[in-house]
Design a protein around this ligand. Structure first.
Ligand code: MN
Length: 334
């Protein structure tokens, strides 16, 4: 038996013994966190247990098709007292394993007599916060680990709702199976899920074709005004606070712009500058093949990964655009 399967069996045993269970997904919630939480909550409820996930921020619109279980009960609540401190048996961090990823509910997590972690972020490994931890940075998504856990839980699967939750978790964290984290486990799981009676076409439409009109329009607007320079190797665009407000754009609705810019053939680096407020400019970077954009972001106190990074500049939008363009000229040597 591998170490990983022993970890999963420990999680399975702690959940099976418990009656009242709270899950703790990360802030800036995404398809992986929502899908993984909802899949487990429904499995636990089918076993007669009381389970919820705690989340206080707005739920992204494209994930709301998952957040009620098949009996119409919500999986998420912002109320930590939905299960009292004395009744709480198990707290489980899902798709995260550090308190800074769910700061509002840290105290509630610590009150549970049994603490678990199911995560795939390397940053959670150094100081695991659970009594039992399943943290595998090689897993493409928390949903991959959740699939393995649900296979061990009596009567959990096959289940079409759980299948759609796991599909949403894996398809979003792999960028629709395009990112380099996509591996055999993802395809094997998808092959298994295909026999569970899921409606993946509907799920995919909900995930990717249920945007507000404002989001589609602001993306088109920002792309339309982008400049492509340096012999076509980089693309830059900006949105001022005034532009964002006049178009009625909400938080998160500009997230796809920088990736769309990168899709131009020949463009290696794309950069999107958004005026969060006066003299606060959020800069998002993406690269395609070789450029390490975390280096570009670190010039301004930011960071991230080789292919995706971000930084915040405290100056006017036009000043920030000039500095970023100079960075790119220097980086590409022209
Ligand atoms: Mn994830």
């Amino acid at each position: 038996m591998t170490e990983l399967s022993i970890s999963l069996k420990n999680l399975r045993d702690r959940l099976t013994e418990a009656e009242n269970i709270l899950l703790f997904p990360h802030i800036g919630i995404d398809g992986d966190a929502v899908g993984s939480c909802c899949a487990l909550i429904w499995a636990l409820r089918k076993m007669g247990k009381n389970a919820y996930a705690l989340y206080e921020e707005d739920m992204p619109g494209n994930l709301r098709f998952l957040t009620d279980d098949p009996e119409g009960r919500p999986c998420f609540t912002s109320d930590p007292d939905i299960i009292s401190d004395t009744d709480l048996d198990v707290a489980m961090a899902v798709d995260c394993g550090e308190f800074k990823r769910f700061p509002a509910y840290r105290e509630k997590f610590l009150k549970a007599p049994v603490k678990l972690v199911l995560d795939h972020h390397g940053s959670s490994v150094a100081e695991p916060i659970g009594d039992w931890n399943m943290i595998d940075p090689d897993a493409a998504a928390a949903g991959v680990l959740m699939y393995d856990l649900l296979k061990l839980l009596e009567g959990a699967v096959p289940d079409s709702y759980i299948g759609e939750c796991l599909y949403a978790a894996i398809v979003t964290d792999t960028g629709r199976f395009q990112y380099s984290n996509t591996n055999k486990a993802c395809w094997d799981i998808m092959s298994d899920l295909s026999g569970w009676g899921c409606d993946f076409s509907r799920a995919s439409t909900e995930l990717y074709e249920s945007k507000r009109e404002e989001q589609v329009r602001v993306t088109a607007y920002a792309i339309n005004k982008m400049t492509v320079s340096g012999d076509g190797r980089w693309a830059v665009t900006t949105l001022s606070r005034e532009e964002l407000d006049s178009m009625g754009v909400r938080a998160g609705e500009t997230d796809e712009i920088v990736g769309e810019m990168r899709s131009v053939k020949g463009v290696e680096v794309s950069v999107f500058l958004r005026e969060v407020e006066h003299n606060v400019i959020r800069v998002s970077y993406r690269s395609k093949y070789f450029a390490d954009v975390s280096r570009l972001a670190s010039l301004h106190g930011g960071g991230g990964h080789m292919r995706a990074a971000g930084a915040t500049l405290y100056m006017s939008l036009s000043e920030a655009e000039k500095i970023i363009t100079d960075d790119l000229r220097e980086y590409f040597g022209n």
